[in-house]
Design a protein around this ligand. Sequence first.
Ligand code: AQP
Length: 353
Amino acid sequence: MTQFPERVFSGMQPTHTLHLGNYLGAMVNWIAMQETHSCIYCVVDLHAITVFQDPGELVGNIRQVTAAYLACGLDPKRSIIFNQSQVHAHAELAWVFNCVARLGWLNRMTQFKEKAGKDRENASVGLYAYPNLMAADILAYRATHVPVGEDQKQHLELARDIAQKFNNDFAAAIAAHGHGDAFFPLPEPMITGPATRVMSLRDGSKKMSKSDASDLSRINLTDDAEAIAQKFRKARTDPEPLPSETAGLAGRPEADNLVGIYAALAGMTKESVLREFSGAQFSTFKPALSDLAVERLGPIAAEMRRMMDDPGYIDGVLADGAERASAIAVPIMDEVKDVVGLLRTVRAGLPAG
Ligand code: AQP
């Protein structure tokens, strides 16, 4: 079996400011993985436009999400940080994958069903094909590991199916071009953050999301101490005090979510949080949670503000990252063209026409 060197790829959409779910579900892992892996972290702007974005706001959000990456601790010297639209291989490979993936596979994607809602006929074709673009993001670099939150598990499974089908469909050409028995690795999801599914503060059955109409549903990385305290104060809960053991959180999704957030921010287990707050009312627990969140997120917000005052620096990081990402993805995309049988006239040195 062809062996692929370990490489990490992941991305976030610049649809709004990043929130606590993005941070605890993915970012904390991204930061840790810099220590052990070669990492590529993308601001996935092509994914963002699957739902209409105001162009002026999108430009600002791309810079702001990049500022969040840097403020959280991604190091542009160690990791490659760029915005997706600047590396052409993503869109090119996505088209090839549109021709590999099956309609039946995409019809099963729950995120499309949730985001398209009842007005499915009016959803963009891009929203439907989103998972194919995500597979292209990862495989354009032959990435082997993808740290994501739990909501992305199904999309990662689809990326593995696409890689496998490509390897099967083109097996003869892959071998003929010297790539052994696999052109693409089957990327592994890494769903191991301190809180892989952070829920909305207004509804314990929905995940915390950038696109939720209610800003009270999420803690944004840009929120100040007052906003954080207000959002936790207004967070939906039940009237019971906190239990002494995690079994007591069963059937109490909002309480479970807040205890999970506390545990993740403090680097504790839920069990130890409950030992500390056993029997406490939310009127005691919520202020403690707010203080902890402000302590952890305050420095990130301050650093983001500092960076947003210097857009030239942010743009420089993205331009450098796009160049380094292209240097990896373009040769792989050229090989894809060879394998698929798309004649490369210019680079092959053949006369055009
Ligand atoms: N609530 C969450 N809990 C844990 N992880 C989460 N992630 C998102 N929400 C949570 C993880 O964050 C990464 C980036 O997500 P994304 O920006 O690509 O889009 P998303 O998953 O669709 O997140 P949102 O916030 O819900 O964005 P919108 O509303 O714009 O669609 C991913 O690894 C994701 O798992």
